[in-house]
Design a binder for this molecule. Structure first.
Ligand code: HEC
Length: 498
């Protein structure tokens, strides 16, 4: 927004009355700045953590005072993507205006240290399992080696869960084995052995950017630095089918030297009977519609869900795009015409995506439609563009491909209602993006199979150029390479391959 710190200060002086009222005349590190850094920054900016430098000591903060003022003023740090006021989330990481003014005034005054007697104690960080001893702890099958440099690594580890009866998961926690390189983790479930079939026999893992590279049967949560594990309300859980594998996708960011990781996952099961299983409404733009010309700075897609067949409460949201994603806005249009904001990310950063949990569940009456609007920037001016010069970008799983999906995690009054939600058009996607699914009986399974067929027909229809109901060799050749394997498989499974 503002080019340099000097320009920024000039603008700031226009709003000086506010700054003067709220910020101390000459803030010092010990009295005014350390409490802000300890509270909002130290969870990542301390030795051994993910951020590149510590902000616990005066000398480390003072030499970067202007930089700290700049990045907080531009809302680049702490990393938190959603726009304020558009949905209220748990664990929002945001500085108040007065905290930002304090950092600016401190930098401007030459970063004075102040009276050592006023320095608050260093923050104590919760160590071990924050929610107490988990019911089940699993870890990476083997130590994983992260190279010293090069692109980020997205690796899916297939971990069998020793669970001998169906369970309901109420919370998960994650302990990075090496906080310097572990950027975030997503915990998928796989009850049909797809991950095992794909995994390298030695590392019991496989690389996959963006999505998990298989069709998961559920998702029990995600982890990113600085986020506390969330416990579902009593009587609510995510279904975990016995015999499932955990497909743990970890995003690693190379640190400059070779690093080893052996991360661990703690899982908590419900001790009481479950009344509400968690599902999710998936919204996905048509894959065929996502064709972004090179150079296009504002490629916009809109889509929406079918009307909700039953009333539901939204408990979280998971938007997903890749590097060209710039903006995503999701809201709910109620049958009475009113609109509820669900999330708005104006400056999408693939590196800081996550599952956002609502502070209070959001009521979505029967008939509500969830609407999504996404903007992509495929211009050379986009610093996150993985291709230089820009190339034509289509739907797919690789770094240089794109996606445009969102999952709204919901709970319903009862299991019957949840089945109806999961039977909506993109029920499979809902499962991937935050539904633990639900206990499967024969009826559920046949509903799920019919639903998958419906989606597969829809996707195949998009690639069926001459609309003869079959995918020919020539049509397959037109499918973007990154998606060809999947489309071929789908066509073969439902007997549509010519
Ligand atoms: C959730 C973790 C997290 C929190 C909280 C956090 N940071 Fe960071 N910070 C990072 C990481 C990781 C980087 C490295 C760049 C990146 O990956 O975005 C970084 C980079 C920075 C940079 C360098 C930016 C650049 O362009 O090179 C500054 C300055 C900074 N942080 C300041 C702060 C301040 C000030 C706070 C608190 C108000 C803060 N950070 C809170 C994780 C965090």
């Amino acid at each position: 927004m503002f080019d340099c710190f000097a320009g920024w200060l000039a603008v700031l002086s226009l709003v000086a009355p506010l700054a003067r009222v709220e910020a101390p005349a000459t803030p010092t590190f010990n009295k005014d700045v350390a409490p802000i850094l300890f509270k909002h920054c130290a969870s990542c900016h301390r030795p051994g953590e993910i951020a590149p430098f510590s902000l616990l000591e005066y000398k480390d903060a003072a030499k970067r005072a202007a930089f700290l003022a700049k990045v907080t003023g531009e809302n680049r740090m702490p990393p938190w993507s959603p726009e304020p006021g558009f949905g209220h989330f748990k664990d929002e990481r945001r500085l108040t205006d007065s905290e930002k003014s304090t950092l600016q005034a401190w930098a401007k005054a030459g970063a004075p240290e102040g009276d050592p007697g006023q320095l608050p104690p260093k923050p104590a960080f919760e160590s071990g399992w924050v929610l107490g001893k988990p019911d089940l702890v699993v870890e990476l099958p083997k130590e994983f080696t992260v190279p010293a440099s090069g692109p980020d690594v997205y690796q899916c580890f297939v971990i069998p869960l020793p669970v001998t009866r169906d369970e309901a998961v109420v919370a998960v926690d994650f302990q990075p084995g090496n906080a310097k390189v572990v950027h975030h983790a997503i915990l998928y479930l796989d009850s049909d052995g797809q991950g095992r079939a794909k995994a390298d026999p030695v590392t019991r893992s496989f690389p996959s950017f963006g999505g998990p590279g298989i069709r998961p049967t559920g998702n029990i949560g995600a982890w990113a630095p600085g986020i506390r594990p969330i416990q579902l309300p009593e009587g609510t859980g995510r279904y975990l089918k016995k015999g499932s594998d955990l497909v743990l996708q970890i995003h690693y960011h190379p640190s400059g030297k070779e690093e080893k990781d052996k991360s661990r996952v703690g899982i908590y099961f419900s001790k009481t009977p479950i009344r509400h299983y968690v599902g999710a409404v998936g919204i996905r733009t048509r894959q065929w519609a996502l064709r972004i010309p090179p150079g296009e700075p504002k490629f916009t897609l809109v889509d929406q869900s079918e009307p909700l067949p039953v009333a539901a409460k939204a408990i979280g949201i998971l938007p997903h795009m890749h590097y060209l994603g710039k903006e995503m806005k999701v809201d709910a249009k109620l049958p009475d015409g009113s609109e509820i904001p669900l999330i708005w990310i104006k400056d999408w950063d693939f590196n800081w995506q996550g599952i956002y949990g609502y502070r209070e569940p959001v009521d979505l009456p029967k008939g509500t439609v969830i609407r999504m609007r996404a903007v992509f920037d495929n211009s050379p001016a986009n610093p996150r563009n993985p291709s230089s010069p820009p190339i034509r970008v289509t739907w797919g799983e690789q770094t240089q491909d794109e996606m445009c999906i969102c999952g709204v995690q919901v709970v319903t009054e009862n299991k019957k209602d949840l089945k109806q939600v999961m039977d909506m058009l993109h029920g499979d996607l809902g499962m991937i993006l935050g539904g633990g699914g639900m206990p499967e009986d024969d009826e559920t399974r046949s509903v799920a199979m019919a639903r998958n067929k419906k989606i597969e027909r829809l996707i195949l229809w998009e690639y069926d150029a001459d609309k003869d109901g079959m995918i020919s060799k020539e049509e397959l050749d037109l499918v973007p390479k990154s998606n060809r394997e999947r489309v071929t498989l789908m066509a073969r499974v439902i007997g549509k391959l010519k």
